[in-house]
Design a protein around this ligand. Sequence first.
Ligand SMILES: *Cc1c(COP(=O)(O)O)cnc(C)c1O
Length: 387
Amino acid sequence: MNTSTRKRAGFSTEAIHAGQEPDPTTGAITTPIYQTSTYVQEGLGKHKGFEYARTQNPTRIALEKNVAVLERGTRGFAFGSGMAATSAITHLLKSGDHVVASNNMYGGTYRLFEQVTRGFGVDFSYVDTSNLEATAALFRPSTRLLFVETPTNPSMIISDLRGLAKLARARGALLAVDNTFMTPYFQRPLELGAHLVVHSTTKYLNGHSDMVGGIVISNDDAASERLQFLQNAVGAVPGPFDCWLVLRGVKTLGVRMDRHESNARAIAAWLSKHPKLTRVLYPGLPDHPGHALHKSQATGFGGMIAFETGSIERGAAVLQRTKIFALAESLGGVESLISHPASMTHASVPKIEREKVGLTDGLVRISVGIEDLEDLQADLEHALCVL
Ligand SMILES: *Cc1c(COP(=O)(O)O)cnc(C)c1O
């Protein structure tokens, strides 16, 4: 097939087929789970390209190829968790290097940077990356990495990916984007100029709340070469069964994201009219400050919403009354979840830092699942009666 003259296949066609040839030994249509630690060699130095399973595993390779195609990268590297994937990006740095990062990221990313990577002599500066000038002002000659999330978690702040990519490239730094909230179905940072994308595959890519994993997608040859070395040398690799679960999840990513989003849009519109709520954060709402920018760089708004209840007591009362929205950390699964960022996902971020980005004690976050809209809305309506 001449791919240069042919229009590329649609997202779901690639999600189902990319990186997944029928199994060469049996023709199995589904990539097998290669549950093995090693591979028998025919003779010294004579093997089929597989020596040891930390270095190469066919199920993992299928997943890496698949997500690399969806994110428009050249290489993918899967890891045992989203944090292990972000940690691999930090291993591209060395003592004396400097990083500029979003001041409102996943709490575990902040904890990794501050309580682990900083100890190895890497310096970090945090900024509202939706402000390009303020972000540029923090660059130093030693800045090697700009690390951002957009939308941020959970304040839903939108940063200009094209602008940030230009800024990083002009200063010789890599731009890495945590694309967990949007997934490649809605947003592809590498097409907008980023060098690296990281995912917690635990969330939407797997989508069924039954494993923990991560992946880095790269379109930078030097970074790819080093990441491949690091994946094997550091060894934070995922097991083949978990890779297989993500591969299966990705096949339905497009249909799931459409449903997450149509449910979330309806719920956000309804919440924004609720008389007891002062603030509803969802980039799909026309009055969201990042609405137009987000629309210019993504094709959808996703399934995450945060809303202000006014106090920790009022937030706790709401959390206790939902029946379908389960009180739990995590997001992106078919099941709807409800959580309290200040005490759960962002507990490791100091209160003063949380408040700078609007992450108040009364903020409640929901991950809107793919259940029936009427049931989700009735569940929230009942819970909000307590306010
Ligand atoms: C969950 C999450 C992570 C961390 O991933 P794990 O798989 O839990 O290690 C990183 N970034 C974002 C945005 C997340 O939601």
